[in-house]
Design a protein around this ligand. Sequence first.
Ligand SMILES: [Zn+2]
Length: 294
Amino acid sequence: MARENGLQKSLFALLAEAHPEAIVTLQYQYRMNKDIMTISNTLIYDNKLKCASKSVAQRQLDLPHFQQALDSIHGGASCTKQSCWIEQILDPSRKVVFLDTDKMSATEERIMETVVNKAEASIVLQLAEALLLAGVPEERLAVISVYRSQLRLISQSLRGRPGVEIATIDKYQGRDKECVLVSLVRSNETGKTGELLRDWRRINVAFTRAKSKIIIIGSSTTLSTTALFGIFLELMRTNNWIYQLHLGAENEHTIQPPPSPREKRNREHKTHSPAEAILKNRPILRDVYNSSSL
Ligand SMILES: [Zn+2]
């Protein structure tokens, strides 16, 4: 597969040649469970990484309120729940998921010099909200993308969730989270992936931040035009880690993200009756009003 895509040597071999001093024969790692580690082992490390213990290898996401979360997003929703994509993707036994958007209407849009993918942003928002409802604390969840414009869009919809970390890959170097959502953005007819997605060091950073679960969202036909993602998709296919999102998937659930702290304050303010608003900060008038209404 690597050769077919034009990679004559494994990335590990290239790295070993470029930086022989940095190469060790076997490396124990304490962060990722076995499935998540497999991505990096296949793309970069030639299977040289090992989990430091059994508990690291078997780590999985804890969803104490999974059922309540499902009940909540199905109130008045069109999803029949028989084959609910959110339920299937959240299942903690799925530790690596590639969400293929090819069957959705999820084409990228160019805004000025940059690229966004609104359907992907919507999927990210819905999964993040469902995970939070299911009991993942905000500070254990992160959303990563190579495109700042995409992160701006996602930050806007997750503004009521200030604990969720939303960052570019570069900001994420050396950090980790229990669960990570990665939005790859690029989806177009011509198979253009741009420089950012061809930078395998960056991609490796994105794929090695999660401890218990990683959900990667992208277009398999667009991504498969690059050598690295060709290998990645083959790995996903072999392990049955691809989930095909269907057309309209983003419109099937009722998910209301909470308002930002500021919007919440404004809303509370507006719920005062007009009389209360006038009387606020006017103690004497308030006394008169209160005694007259006795
Ligand atoms: Zn559903």
